[in-house]
Structure formats: structure tokens, C-alpha cells
Design a protein around this ligand. Structure first.
Ligand SMILES: Cc1cc2nc3c(=O)[nH]c(=O)nc-3n(C[C@H](O)[C@H](O)[C@H](O)COP(=O)(O)OP(=O)(O)OC[C@H]3O[C@@H](n4cnc5c(N)ncnc54)[C@H](O)[C@@H]3O)c2cc1C
Length: 382
């Protein structure tokens, strides 16, 4: 990896997370296919290095469980990228199972129909069938409150570090340069286009810029002179003013397991997401815990030093401003609090026999990370 800054580049991609790297790789392939250039026309700049942002710490769940319907087709496409080279990207296509209570039935029906339209294969189970489906995979699943299940067959999870390493290699294979330690500090704009980048290492003239900045996007949005709010219009003609970006604190952690976490058929289980809107979660002493609404988990993790599972719960809102540096586990302000571990472990024990009393197995380490979300409540971009 050479850090000599070119004075001019065709395409500058800012941010070497999953989006910057994937965009650079696909752009290189597209330029080659159209005979309009090669990866050598592209440079990826990162102020730290590949995977320094959310992409290096995420749980890595690949799913289509979004109420924002236009995302369903985008996520169909994203699965095609994961399956292009699942080994290089550490993609495990184990499926994604979301289970809800009766109040979720209408939402899940809508999701299922939209996923079918987007050619994203999934099965919907209700009532006894839903509970039977769960029991077949996890015989110790305590399914009493469950009334609806959506099984996304092509979803799964990825090793996030492996995905970043795999994507960086794809970029390099096509001649894309990835420069670490280059921080973009400003933009020269002419005729509505970015023409030059100011960095801590000098200036780069460029023909086009791609921002893959994750949680740092709002800052650059501001640098580019874009508005802090947006007018969202409803179909009935009404409208509401919203913050353009909202930060959320993601709550995730890991739990050691004594026995491998497997299905009844000794397979790696699907990623599991359970909505607990009407079921209070209680700890081992019978104390009701503050409601987090849902819990999700999947097998193992690159971050584990022993066999375990990794998962989380609903993010917590921070607001339109947040401190992005230091990022992730290094930022004291956004660490997951012990109450998260209490809830995560208690909910898992309440849902599966094998996890009863598992609080003591919660891996005590730093867990923190923020994301900037769009006005329709999606991380830029999952
Ligand atoms: C704890 C956590 C768990 C998550 N779990 C999941 C999950 O299970 N499934 C899922 O789909 N999504 C998940 N997400 C969301 C997902 O991880 C992010 O949406 C995604 O990784 C963002 O990728 P990105 O490439 O856009 O940004 P990032 O990965 O954040 O990359 C941005 C890069 O920009 C660089 N940068 C910043 N400023 C500058 C600058 N001025 N100049 C140059 N470089 C700069 C940073 O160093 C960084 O490397 C999770 C997020 C978090 C925080």
C-alpha cells in the first residue's frame, strides 16, 4: 500500500469501509467492461485505513428486514455481491429468521409480499406453523408468545473484517489504489461539481467523487453546503420537517457458549431476530428489565477468542449531532451499558433453554459504535 498522493485522479472514493471499497471495485469492473478506463483511474482515501469505521465492528447480519420497501430490491442486489465470492467475503448464507408476536402479523405479511416482488425468497409462517418451524430448528425454543415467522432464505451473516479484507483485495486486483492516513478536509466545488479535494497530505484534483463515509457523512454533507433538514412529504399531501441525519448508538455484544451453537440437524443456525413488544423480559431474580423491544443473535464472530454468539438489540437515539472521533469501541461516550448485557442475556435465556442463566457468559469488553441514519431511519447504508 503506497501512500503517495496523486495530483489528479479520475475517481476519488472517500472512505475505505464496505461501501467505499465495494463501490471502487464495481466502478473498476464497469470502467473495464465499457472500455472507459481501469481501476488505475480510481483511488480510495481513508483517514485511518480499511475497516476503521462501522464496517470493521458491525455484527455483519445480512438481511432484508426493513419496513422501507424500496430497500428490498437493493438488498436483493447486495446478496448477489456477497455470493459473488462468499469465501473471500466470509459470507455464511444461513438464512435469517424473524419471529414476532400476534401484533406483528400485518407488518410481516407486508414485508413478505414486498420481498416476493423484489425476488427476495422468503417464507411466512403463522400460528402453530410458525412455532413448529422454530422448534424444528431450535428444539429448546420457548415459542409461547410467537405467532408469526418470516424466513429469509438467502440472508445470513458475514465476517466483517474478512469482508473488508476481501473487498480491498478485489480493488487491488483491478489496480485500484487504497491510501490510508489520508484525511479529506475540504472540497473545491465549481459548476455544482467537486473538482478538488483538500487533504492532510496535499490536494487532489478529481473528475468525480464518491462518498463512502458512514457516520462521518453528516460532517461532509455540511462541508458541501447541504441543508441540515429536509421536508418529508406524505402521500396525503402533508409534510414534516426532519433532521437530514440522526445518530443512533448500536447496542451489540457477545456471549461465550459451552456447547457449539447449532441447529437440531447440527448446522450453523440462521440469524435469529425476535420481537418482544408484548413480552416483558425478566432476569433470573424475576426483576422486569427495561424494554428494548427486540433481540437478535448469530453464531460466533471474528471478535471472539472462544466459541460464542454475537448479537444485539434496538439502537438508542443520540440525535442530529454526535462525536465521531474516536470511533466505535474507542469512544467512551457510546459504550453499551451493563443494562444492555442484562437484557441481552435475559432475553436469550427467556427464549431458549440453552441460554438460561447465561449472563455470566457475557463477554465483558468494550462494545460501542454509532451510525448516522437517513430521515427514513436507515443507516447510510446497511
Ligand atoms: C455496532 C454496529 C453494528 C452494526 N451491525 C450491522 C449489521 O449486523 N448488519 C448491517 O447491515 N449493518 C450493520 N451496521 C451498520 C453498518 O455497519 C454500516 O451501515 C456500514 O458498515 C457503513 O459502511 P460505510 O462503508 O458506509 O462506512 P464506514 O465503514 O463507517 O467507513 C467510513 C470510513 O470513512 C473514513 N473516513 C471518515 N472521515 C474521513 C475523511 N475525512 N477522510 C477520509 N476518510 C474518512 C473512516 O475512517 C472509515 O473507514 C452496524 C453498525 C454498527 C456501528
Amino acid at each position: 500500500m503506497t501512500n503517495s498522493l496523486p495530483s489528479h485522479v479520475g475517481y476519488a472514493v472517500i472512505g475505505a469501509g464496505i461501501h467505499g471499497l465495494s463501490t471502487a471495485w464495481h466502478l473498476a469492473m464497469e470502467l473495464e467492461a465499457r472500455g472507459k478506463g481501469t481501476g488505475a483511474d480510481i483511488v480510495v482515501l481513508d483517514k485511518t485505513g480499511p475497516g476503521a469505521g462501522a464496517s470493521g465492528i458491525a455484527c455483519g447480519c445480512v438481511r432484508n428486514l426493513y419496513m422501507t420497501e424500496p430497500l428490498h430490491a437493493i438488498l436483493r442486489h447486495s446478496v448477489d455481491v456477497w455470493t459473488y465470492d462468499p469465501v473471500a467475503f466470509g459470507f455464511q448464507q444461513v438464512g435469517y429468521v424473524s419471529a414476532g408476536e400476534a401484533n406483528q402479523a400485518a407488518d410481516y405479511e407486508r414485508l413478505h409480499a414486498s420481498q416476493q416482488r423484489a425476488n427476495y425468497p422468503s417464507d411466512l409462517y403463522q400460528g402453530k406453523e410458525a412455532r413448529g418451524f422454530l422448534k424444528k430448528i431450535w428444539p429448546d425454543f420457548k415459542t409461547d408468545g410467537i405467532d408469526v415467522v418470516l424466513h429469509e432464505k438467502v440472508s445470513g451473516y458475514a465476517g466483517t473484517r474478512q469482508a473488508i479484507a476481501g473487498l480491498a483485495q478485489k480493488c487491488r486486483d483491478h489496480g485500484v489504489r487504497i491510501l490510508s492516513g489520508v484525511e479529506v478536509k475540504g472540497y473545491d466545488i465549481a459548476g455544482g461539481q467537486v473538482r478538488r479535494l483538500h487533504t492532510n497530505q496535499g490536494e487532489i484534483a478529481c473528475d468525480a467523487v464518491v462518498l463512502g463515509l458512514g457516520a462521518w457523512t453528516p460532517r461532509h454533507w455540511e462541508m458541501l453546503g447541504k441543508p441540515a433538514t429536509i421536508e418529508a412529504r406524505y402521500a396525503d399531501g402533508g409534510s414534516v420537517k426532519k433532521d437530514m441525519w440522526t445518530y443512533w448508538r448500536l447496542l451489540e455484544g457477545e456471549l461465550y457458549v459451552d456447547k457449539p451453537y447449532r441447529t437440531a440437524g447440527d448446522l450453523d443456525p440462521p440469524v435469529l431476530h425476535v420481537e418482544l413488544m408484548n413480552t416483558p423480559v425478566v432476569d433470573q431474580t424475576g426483576k422486569e428489565l427495561a424494554d428494548h423491544l427486540y433481540v437478535y443473535w448469530k453464531n460466533g464472530s471474528e471478535r471472539m477468542d472462544r466459541p460464542g454468539v454475537q448479537g444485539g438489540t434496538i439502537p438508542k437515539k443520540v440525535g442530529p449531532k454526535a462525536v465521531t472521533d474516536p470511533y466505535g469501541h474507542a469512544n467512551d461516550e457510546y459504550q453499551a451499558e451493563p443494562e444492555f448485557a442484562d437484557y441481552f442475556a435475559a432475553a436469550m435465556g427467556q427464549l431458549m433453554g440453552r441460554f438460561e442463566g447465561c449472563r455470566k457468559n457475557f463477554r465483558d469488553r468494550r462494545n460501542g459504535g454509532i451510525g448516522a441514519f437517513t430521515p427514513d431511519n436507515v443507516p447510510i447504508f446497511d
